[in-house]
Design a protein around this ligand. Sequence first.
Ligand code: ATP
Length: 218
Amino acid sequence: MDLKQFVILGLGRFGSSLARTLYSLGHDVLAVDENEDIIQDISDSVTHAVQADATDENSLRALGLRNFDVAVVAIGSSIQASILVTLIVKELGVKYVVAKAQSELHAKVLYKIGADRVVFPERDMGVRLAHNLVSSNVLDFIELAPDYSIVEIASLPEWEGKTLKELDMRVKYGINIMAIKRDEEINISPRADEVIQDNDILVVIGSNEDLTRLENLH
Ligand code: ATP
């Protein structure tokens, strides 16, 4: 794994969970928040925790931000602060900047000023949970584009013992099986003669319309 240097600006529920996880995965994490108590709280769970106003360009420059590979602007409720901070980290030269948005318009502005990726944690989690709840066999759901997604789906009993060629999902459902998860292992780009087994999890890609037909089989 490539070890990277991350700076997380804003340590609300999203930012702090992200910072702690990246650090536990072995990466260097600088956590920045204006709230001293939050900084105290997280200081043992990241590489460095610094109390600073992220909208202050000089403070960020002094922290050596331009040397970081990835910056995540995890300030959601103040659109103004989120925009300012995104602009500053981009101008300081951080290569990849991810920003959290609270609306489509907010996201549009973030992209315009140079964010490389914009995330909507609450909206995305809502979509994923909804798919998981309406179809008990859908384990996860990732939106790729507005109309296309990747879904992890538990195999149906009637699929077991059949090869991918026999199931012919590309023709029958218009979807592609990208990978099969079996006993904690993952087989990427499985062959046509791969036989589906009990407890297999299929990772499939397709249009939302076709994926919905597949989900409704369960
Ligand atoms: P959550 O991730 O909990 O949903 P949120 O999107 O509602 O959070 P906020 O609560 O507005 O976001 O802010 C997240 C954190 O960012 C807070 O801990 C806050 O102290 C910090 N923060 C807000 N503005 C700044 C700033 N200018 N500089 C540094 N930290 C800031």
